[in-house]
Design a protein around this ligand. Structure first.
Ligand code: NAI
Ligand code: SF4
Length: 441
C-alpha cells in the first residue's frame, strides 16, 4: 500500500468542512510555516524536490526562487485550477473533497512568496466547486487563517476565486493571466516569464492546485522525508486520474515507485481492463502527451519495466517513450480505434486554438479535416505523410505549448499505429470498424 499524503484524509466524513479538517490536524502546517521565514520555506520546497503537477514538471522551489522582488511592487500567487486537459480530473477531486488542503497550501505559499492577494483561477465548468472553495475560504477567514495579521505575523492575505469561461487555452499560464486581467485569453510570448512580469505586470507565480496542496505535507513531514518518497527526481506522491476502459477508473494517489503494469492491473489501483478485454494503448499524462502501444507502455525499449514516474515514462524520448504530463491516464482496450481517437483529439485542439499563430490556427484545422477523411473512408495513402508533415511544421513553431500538444498525439499515433491508418485507407467501407489490428498488441 503506497503512502498517501494528499488524500489520506479524503475519506473522513465531513472533511470538506473546517471543524472536521482542523480536528484532523488541518492548519498545523500553517502554524509550523509561520514560525519560519519566507526564504526558509522556499528553501524547504526546493529541498523537497517537488515538481509542478500541472503537466510541465518544472521544479517548484526553483520557480519560486525566480520570483523577482522589486521594491514597492506587489507580488502575486495564482493557483491554476483551470484543469481542462482531456483525461485530467485530479484537481477537481482534491478541491471538491478536501478544499481546505488547497487553502492551507495557498496560505503557506502566499506567505513564502509575499503575495497578499492570491487568486484561484478555476475553469468555468467547475461551477459547483466555486461554491465549495468560497465556503472554505469564508471558514478560513472566520477562524483567522486569512485576513489581516495572520497568527500575529504581521502578514495579511486574502484569497479570491475567479471563474474562467470554458476556454482550454486559459490554463496556459500567460493566457490565464490575461483572462484574470479581464482580457481575451491569448498567451503571451515568454520570456519574460510571469516570475518577472505576470499579473498586472507584477512578478507572479502560477502553480497548479495539486502542487500547492503538496506544500502542506512538505511542511508537516519536512522536506527531507518528503524527498525520500518516490524515486530519483520524482519525489513525493502524485495524483493520477485514470479513465477509459478500466475496471476501476478514478483518482489515485501513487508514490511513483510502482510500475505501469501494477497501476493498471492490480486491485489496489485500476483493477485491470474492463469486460475482460486486452490492453491496446494508453495516454498516461493527459491528451497532449504521446500515446504508447501496450508493449512499449509496460516495458521500455530497453526491455526495462516502465514505472509510473517522470523519468521512466519519458524513457526513450518521443520515439518510444511518453510523458507523465498532468497524470490524466487514458486507457484504450482492444476495441478502440486509434484513428478515431486521434481525430477526436485533433477536433478538440482545433476548437481550442486561440488563433494567434498560423501554424497552430491553420495546422490544427488541416489535421482535423484529414483525420476526418481517413476515419470516414475518404482518405488517401498520401494523407498519412501529409499529416506527418503538418504536425512537424507545427511543433516548436508556436507561441505556446498548445501547438505542440496538438502535434504530438498525431505524431505518436502515426509512429506507433501507421498500419491502422493505412488499413482505414485501404478498407474505406469498413473504416469505422474499431477492432483493427489485434495481432500486434
Ligand atoms: P513550461 O515548461 O513552459 O513552464 C513550466 C513553468 O516553469 C512555467 O510556470 C514557467 O513560467 C516556468 N519557467 C520555465 N522556465 C523558466 C525561467 N527560465 N524563469 C522563470 N520561470 C520559468 O510549461 P507550461 O506551459 O507551464 O505547461 C505545459 C504543460 O502543461 C504541458 O506539458 C501539459 O502537460 C500541461 N497541461 C496541463 C493541463 C491541465 O489541465 N492540467 C492543460 C494543458 C496542458
Ligand atoms: Fe494560440 Fe495555438 Fe499559438 Fe498557443 S499555439 S498562442 S493556442 S495559436
Amino acid at each position: 500500500m503506497g503512502r498517501k499524503l494528499l488524500l489520506d484524509k479524503a475519506h473522513i466524513e465531513g472533511i470538506r468542512y473546517y471543524d472536521t479538517y482542523r480536528k484532523n490536524g488541518g492548519y498545523a502546517a500553517v502554524e509550523k510555516a509561520f514560525k519560519m521565514s519566507p526564504a526558509d520555506i522556499v528553501e524547504e520546497v526546493k529541498k523537497s524536490g517537488l515538481r509542478g503537477r500541472g503537466g510541465a514538471g518544472f521544479p517548484t522551489g526553483l520557480k519560486w526562487s525566480f520570483l523577482a522582488k522589486p521594491e514597492g511592487v506587489p507580488r502575486y500567487l495564482v493557483c491554476n485550477a483551470d484543469e481542462s486537459e482531456p483525461g485530467t480530473f485530479k484537481d477537481r477531486y482534491l478541491m471538491e473533497f478536501i478544499p481546505h488542503l488547497l487553502i492551507e497550501g495557498l496560505i503557506i505559499s502566499s506567505y513564502a512568496l509575499g503575495s497578499h492577494r492570491t487568486y484561484i483561477y478555476i475553469r468555468g465548468e467547475y461551477a459547483w466547486i466555486v461554491d465549495i472553495l468560497e465556503q472554505a475560504i469564508a471558514e478560513a477567514n472566520q477562524a483567522g487563517w486569512l485576513g489581516k495579521n495572520i497568527l500575529n505575523s504581521g502578514f495579511d492575505c486574502q484569497i479570491y476565486v475567479q471563474r474562467g469561461a470554458g476556454a482550454y487555452i486559459c490554463g496556459e499560464e500567460t493566457a490565464l493571466i490575461e483572462s484574470l486581467e479581464g482580457k481575451r485569453g491569448n498567451p503571451r510570448i515568454k520570456p519574460p516569464f510571469p516570475a518577472v512580469k505576470g499579473l498586472w505586470d507584477s512578478p507572479t507565480v502560477v502553480n497548479n492546485v495539486e502542487t500547492l496542496a503538496a506544500v502542506v505535507p512538505i511542511m508537516n513531514i519536512g522536506a527531507e522525508e518528503y524527498s525520500k518518497i518516490g524515486i530519483g527526481k520524482s519525489t513525493g506522491t502524485k495524483l493520477i486520474s485514470a479513465c477509459g476502459n478500466l475496471n476501476k477508473p478514478g483518482v489515485y494517489e501513487i508514490d511513483m515507485t510502482i510500475s505501469v503494469e501494477e497501476f493498471i492491473f492490480s486491485d489496489e489501483y485500476c483493477g485491470g481492463i474492463a469486460n475482460g478485454k486486452r490492453l491496446k494503448a494508453c495516454i498516461p499524462g493527459g491528451s497532449s502527451v504521446p500515446i504508447l502501444p501496450a508493449n512499449l507502455l509496460l516495458k521500455t525499449a530497453k526491455g526495462e519495466t516502465r514505472m509510473m514516474n517522470y523519468e521512466s515514462l519519458a524513457d526513450g524520448g518521443f520515439a518510444t517513450g511518453t510523458m507523465m504530463g498532468s497524470g490524466g491516464f487514458i486507457v484504450l482496450d482492444e476495441d478502440q480505434c486509434v484513428v478515431r481517437h486521434t481525430f477526436s483529439l485533433a477536433r478538440f485542439y482545433r476548437h481550442e486554438s486561440c488563433g494567434q499563430c498560423s501554424p497552430c490556427r491553420e495546422g490544427t484545422g488541416w489535421m482535423e479535416k484529414i483525420l476526418n477523411n481517413i476515419e470516414n473512408g475518404k482518405g488517401k495513402m498520401s494523407d498519412i505523410d501529409l499529416l506527418w508533415d503538418i504536425q512537424r511544421k507545427i511543433e516548436g513553431n508556436t507561441i505556446c505549448p498548445l501547438g505542440d500538444a496538438a502535434a504530438w498525439p498525431v505524431a505518436a499515433a502515426i509512429r506507433h499505429f501507421r498500419d491502422e491508418f493505412e488499413w482505414h485507407v485501404t478498407h474505406p467501407d469498413e473504416a469505422q470498424i474499431r477492432n483493427f489490428g489485434l495481432a500486434h498488441y
